[in-house]
Design a protein around this ligand. Structure first.
Ligand SMILES: Nc1ncnc2c1ncn2[C@@H]1O[C@H](COP(=O)(O)OP(=O)(O)OP(=O)(O)O)[C@@H](O)[C@H]1O
Ligand SMILES: [Mg+2]
Length: 769
C-alpha cells in the first residue's frame, strides 16, 4: 500500500496494518538463532506460536521451525545476502506447532549493521496451498505415469517382472527433494531393488496387498552422504505417495495374476482343442461361403499335413464335387442344431476313404466340424457282411456238392459196371455210345461240383509253398495268349521272394479266372497289369482286412476296362452271378477265386468304378519256408490181385454203401457194412475175424470219420484206414492229425480207382503221396 505525502501514519496504525497482513512481518538479528526483535500477529497463523512466544527466543526460535533438510540452504542464502548487502527471496519448509509442514515464501533485507550484529527485516508468508496444488499436480502426473505402466503391463510386451523392475527404478525419480531415495519392492518371493538401497531403520514403507491379502511391502530409503541423521527424514506427502504406489503395485500384480490365469485358461483350452483326438476344423461363414480358419493337430495328421494350406479357402473351393457339405453347413447355421454326414472320398490308387463329419454351429458365424475316419470300420463291416453272405452260400454249395458227389459216385461206378458188361456182351454200338454220353455228362457234373467245392473252401488240397513271383513268371506266356494279341499284359514283380502256401494249381486258376475277366472287360488295345509286392506287418496299405496281422504278399491284377458299378461290385463273388450273356459266362470264375483265396488264409479286395477300370488285390499271408507235401488223393492203378481181406465199410449214403459193397465184393473182399459209427463199433465188438481195412466217410452224423477210425483202431491194431471225402477240408485236416498214415479218396470216384487204391493200401505200399 502506498502512503500519500503529508499523511503520515501513526505508529499504532502501522502496527495494526502489519498485523493484518496474511503473513508474518519480522525484524531480527542475524545471529545463529535469528533472535526476533519484532514479529507481527500473523506469526500465530503461520507458525502456531504467538508473537510473544517467538520473541522469547529461548523458548522457541523461528530457526528451529525450519525443517532440518532445508535449514542449511536457508542459512546459506541469508548469509550471502547479508554479506552482499542485498535483499533475499527464498522458499523453504517449516514445521508448525501442530506438526504440519508448510511451504513458506520469504523476502528479507539487511536493515543496518553487519556480521552477526546486522539487523534484518522481512516478510514470511505461507505458500503451502500453492505448493500443495503444484505437488498434487506432480503427484497426479506420477500417478498417471504409473497408470500408464499398469496399462502397458496389460499388453503383451511387458511382464509383471519387467514392470516391477521399471517401477523400482522410477520411484526414486518421483521424489522431488533431496537427498535421493532408493526403493525396494518385495512381492511374494520376488525382490526388486533400485541401486544403492540400504535397509535403513528410518526407511519408509507401505504394505502391498493383492486381492485384499498382504502380499509384500514397498520400501524407500534416503541415500545421504551426510552424517546428519535427519537427512533421512520423509514428508507426509511422500508417505502418501508411497501408499498410492504400493496400491498400484498391488493392482498391477492382481491384474497380472488375472491376465496370467486367463492366459493359462486360454492355453489350457487351446491345448485341449489341439490334443483332441478327433480332427477338428473351424469354418467361418463369409457370405454364402464357409472359409477354413483353424484346425487342430488331429486334423493335420488326418490330412497328411495338407490342412495348413487349406486355411483361408472356402469349403466349396476345396471340395467342389461335394456341394452337399456346404448345404449341410448352411442348414446347421440356419437351424442352430448339430448335423452328421457320412462322406466317401475317392483317393488315388487306394480304396476310397469314408468319413463321418459332424457339424456344430458356434455363434455368431463359426461352424465347427469333427471329422472321424471310419474307413476301416466301414470296410470291415462290408467285408463282414460279404463274408457272412459267402459263408452261407459256401455252406449251401458244399451241401449240394457233397450229396451230388455221392450221386455221381453211384452214377459213374454203375456206368463203369454197365460199360464192362455191355462190352462183354458185345451189345449194339449205340448202347456203348449212350453209356459214353452218361459218363461224359457225369464227368461234367463232377467238374461243376468240384468248382462249387473250390468256392466253398471245402476242396481237398494239399497246400505247398510257392513263390508267387515264380508262378506268375511261369504262367505269363499262357496268360498273354489268353488275352490275345490285341491286349497288352504287363508284369511287375517284387524284388523280394513272395512265398505263399496254397494248393498246387490254385494260383494258376486264380490268375486264369482274373485274366479272362479282364479280357472280357477291356476293348482291343486294353492293358492288364499283374504285380506282386510284399507288405510288412505294420503297413496296412490303406486297406483294412479281416486278416491276422503279419507280413503279407499282395498280388494285384489291374485292367483299364469297363469297370463296375456298386451293385455289380457287391455281388461278383457270388456263385453263378454273371452279367454276361447266357452261354458266355457261368458266374463261377470269381466265386472260385474267392474260395481259393480264403482257403489259403488270404483276402481279396476289389476297387472298381464304371469307366475307370478294375483292380483286384489279393493278400496272402507271407509264408516263412517251404513245407513238405502231405496228404492228397492217390489214384493209383491196381497193383496186385485181391487176397480176400476183410473190409469194414462205414457210409451213411445207402446208394454209395451198396455201390462200394458191390465193387469190393466183386473184387474178392469180405465186406462188413455199417451206416454210422455206433453200428460200426458194434460190428467191431462182435467181429469174428480180423478187420484189415476201415473205409469210412469223413463226414458222419454225430461224429467224424477221423474219431471213429481212432476208436476202432484201438480195438484192431494194424488195421489200415481209407477215408472217403466229398467235401470237408477241415475234416480232412482233422483226420490227418489223428492218423498220418491214413489214405484218402475223393468223391466221386469210379469202382476201378477204388479197388486199385484198396489193394495198394492193403499191400502196405505208400498210400500217401
Ligand atoms: N475285370 C472285370 N471288369 C469288369 N467286370 C468284371 C471284371 N471281373 C468280373 N467282372 C464282373 O463280375 C461278374 C462275375 O465274374 P465271374 O468271373 O464270377 O463270372 P463271369 O466272368 O461272368 O463268368 P465265368 O467266369 O464263370 O465264365 C462278371 O460277369 C462281370 O460282370
Ligand atoms: Mg469270369
Amino acid at each position: 500500500m502506498q502512503k500519500s505525502e503529508g499523511d503520515a501514519c501513526a505508529p499504532h496504525d502501522l502496527a495494526a496494518l502489519l498485523d493484518s497482513l496474511p503473513g508474518m512481518v519480522y525484524r531480527c538479528r542475524a545471529d545463529r538463532l535469528w533472535t526476533l526483535d519484532y514479529v507481527s500477529a500473523g506469526a500465530l497463523e503461520l507458525t502456531g506460536y504467538r508473537p510473544d512466544e517467538l520473541l522469547a527466543s529461548e523458548r522457541r526460535s523461528y530457526a528451529d521451525l525450519i525443517i532440518p533438510m532445508d535449514r542449511r540452504a536457508v542459512e546459506a542464502a541469508v548469509e550471502s545476502a547479508v554479506a552482499a548487502g542485498q535483499s533475499f527471496t527464498m522458499e523453504y519448509r517449516i514445521c508448525d506447532r501442530a506438526g504440519r509442514t508448510k511451504h513458506v515464501w520469504e523476502r528479507g533485507r539487511l536493515l543496518r549493521g553487519e556480521g552477526s550484529a546486522a539487523v534484518l527485516e522481512g516478510f514470511v508468508t505461507d505458500v503451502s496451498p500453492l505448493r500443495r496444488a503444484e505437488h498434487d499436480l506432480r503427484e497426479r502426473i506420477k500417478e498417471l505415469e504409473l497408470l500408464y505402466e499398469v496399462s502397458s503391463i496389460a499388453g503383451d510386451e511387458i511382464t509383471l517382472d519387467e514392470a516391477l523392475w521399471q517401477i523400482a527404478e522410477r520411484i526414486p525419480r518421483g521424489y522431488s527433494y533431496p537427498p535421493e531415495v532408493a526403493a525396494r519392492i518385495q512381492l511374494g518371493d520376488r525382490l526388486y531393488t533400485s541401486p544403492r538401497f540400504a535397509p535403513d531403520p528410518c526407511r519408509q514403507s507401505a504394505p502391498i496387498s493383492v486381492a485384499g491379502r498382504a502380499a509384500g511391502v514397498l520400501e524407500v530409503c534416503r541415500i545421504s552422504d551426510s552424517e546428519i541423521p535427519s537427512a533421512r527424514y520423509f514428508l507426509r506427502e511422500e508417505q502418501e505417495m508411497l501408499h498410492v504406489i504400493a496400491g498400484r503395485i498391488g493392482a498391477l500384480a492382481e491384474r497380472a495374476r488375472i491376465v496370467e490365469a486367463l492366459r493359462a485358461s486360454e492355453r489350457h483350452t487351446r491345448e485341449l482343442y489341439e490334443r483332441l483326438p478327433i480332427a477338428t476344423l473351424v469354418w467361418q461363414r463369409r457370405g454364402d461361403a464357409f472359409v477354413l480358419v483353424d484346425h487342430n493337430r488331429a486334423a493335420f495328421a488326418l490330412s497328411d499335413g495338407h490342412v495348413p494350406a487349406w486355411v483361408g479357402h472356402g469349403l466349396a473351393e476345396l471340395l467342389p464335387d461335394r456341394p452337399e457339405l456346404v448345404d449341410a453347413m448352411k442348414v446347421c447355421v440356419a437351424t442352430e442344431s448339430p448335423l452328421r454326414r457320412e462322406v466317401e472320398l475317392a483317393r488315388a490308387d487306394v480304396p476310397s476313404a469314408i468319413y463321418v463329419v459332424s457339424f456344430g454351429f458356434v455363434p455368431p458365424d463359426l461352424v465347427l466340424t469333427h471329422v472321424v475316419d471310419v474307413t476301416r470300420e466301414r470296410h470291415l463291416e462290408r467285408r463282414f457282411q460279404e463274408a457272412q453272405k459267402m459263408e452261407v452260400l459256401g455252406r449251401m454249395a458244399a451241401g449240394v456238392a457233397h450229396d451230388f458227389n455221392n450221386l455221381l459216385t453211384v452214377i459213374l461206378s454203375y456206368t463203369g459196371i454197365l460199360e464192362k458188361s455191355v462190352a462183354a456182351s458185345q451189345a449194339a454200338g449205340s448202347d456203348v455210345a449212350d453209356l459214353e454220353e452218361i459218363r461224359k455228362a457225369s464227368e461234367r457234373a463232377a467238374a461243376l461240383t468240384q468248382q462249387l467245392l473250390s468256392f466253398s473252401r471245402r476242396d481237398i488240397v494239399a497246400p505247398e509253398v510257392f513263390d508267387l513271383g515264380d508262378k506268375v513268371r511261369e504262367l505269363r506266356g499262357m496268360l498273354a495268349r489268353l488275352l490275345g494279341e490285341e491286349r497288352l499284359l504287363t508284369v511287375s514283380l517284387a524284388g523280394a521272394p513272395c512265398p505263399v502256401r496254397i494248393g498246387p494249381g490254385q494260383i494258376d486258376q486264380v490268375l486264369v479266372n482274373l485274366v479272362i475277366n479282364a479280357r472280357d472287360a477291356t476293348r482291343a488295345g486294353g492293358r492288364v497289369v499283374i504285380a506282386t509286392a510284399t507288405i510288412e506287418a505294420d503297413d496296412h496299405d490303406g486297406v483294412h482286412l479281416d486278416l491276422p496281422p503279419g507280413p503279407r504278399v499282395v498280388m494285384t491284377v489291374r485292367d483299364d476296362g469297363s469297370g463296375m458299378d456298386a451293385a455289380t461290385r457287391a455281388r461278383i463273388f457270388e456263385p453263378f452271378f454273371t452279367t454276361k450273356a447266357p452261354g458266355l459266362g457261368t458266374g463261377m470264375g470269381l466265386a472260385i477265386v474267392y474260395g481259393i483265396v480264403r482257403q489259403a488264409g488270404g483276402a481279396i479286395v476289389v476297387d472298381s468304378n464304371p469307366g475307370r477300370g478294375t483292380t483286384f488285390r489279393i493278400y496272402f499271408p507271407r509264408d516263412q519256408e517251404p513245407l513238405p507235401r502231405r496228404g492228397g488223393v492217390v489214384l493209383a492203378p491196381q497193383s496186385r490181385e485181391p487176397g480176400g481181406e476183410t473190409v469194414l465199410l462205414v457210409e451213411a449214403s445207402e446208394p454209395v454203401r451198396r455201390l462200394v459193397l458191390r465193387v469190393l465184393e466183386a473184387a474178392g473182399y469180405r465186406v462188413l457194412t455199417a451206416t454210422d459209427a455206433a453200428e460200426a463199433l458194434l460190428l467191431c465188438e462182435r467181429k469174428t475175424s480180423e478187420i484189415h481195412l476201415l473205409i469210412t466217410d469223413l463226414v458222419m452224423p454225430w461224429t467224424t470219420g477221423a474219431s471213429l477210425a481212432q476208436r476202432i483202431a484201438a480195438r484192431c491194431p494194424g488195421m489200415r484206414v481209407l477215408f472217403m471225402s466229398g467235401s470237408s477240408e477241415r475234416a480232412l485236416q482233422a483226420a490227418a492229425e489223428v492218423d498220418a498214415t491214413a489214405s484218402f479218396i475223393a468223391k466221386p470216384f469210379t469202382g476201378e480207382v477204388l479197388v486199385g487204391l484198396v489193394r495198394r493200401i492193403l499191400d502196405g505200399g505208400p498210400a500217401v503221396s
